[in-house]
Design a protein around this ligand. Structure first.
Ligand code: AMP
Length: 113
């Protein structure tokens, strides 16, 4: 897969407002926030999207989901939040590096657009 802007963030080639990082993943504020709090949690390994995950990614996928709540707590989202992983063109994915949007800080409506 082609290198994306997120890989440049991981490699510190471009700046980002990083809120969490460990060996496997990194979380940073979205540049175009769709809610008062909008953070992206991404694996450091380049994986295109949820559809590209395989059985061998089970541990990494689990790690990401567990870290969602840890990051949400760092962001003081005690009253709730939403996670979104856009997948593919019809899913609205614009950056081809797996990412989980963590959105909160206001009451979110449903269904999304
Ligand atoms: P998606 O449309 O689901 O692929 O989400 C990609 C997200 O990445 C969008 O919400 C963008 O605003 C965000 N984004 C793109 N470039 C950057 C960047 N350099 N730093 C932080 N967020 C970015």
């Amino acid at each position: 897969m082609a290198e994306t802007i997120f890989k440049k963030i991981i490699d510190r080639e471009i700046p980002a407002d990083i809120v969490y990082e460990d060996d496997l993943c990194i979380a940073f504020h979205d540049v175009q926030p769709q809610a008062p709090v909008h953070v992206l949690l991404i694996p450091k390994r380049e994986i295109e999207n949820v559809a590209a995950l395989t059985e061998s990614d089970r541990d990494l996928a689990g790690h990401l989901l567990v870290k969602v709540h840890e990051v949400a707590k760092l962001l003081n989202l005690e009253s709730g939040y939403r996670i979104v992983a856009n997948c593919g063109r019809d899913g609205g994915q614009s950056v081809d590096h797996l990412h989980i949007h963590i959105l909160g800080g206001r009451s979110l409506t449903w269904p999304p657009g």
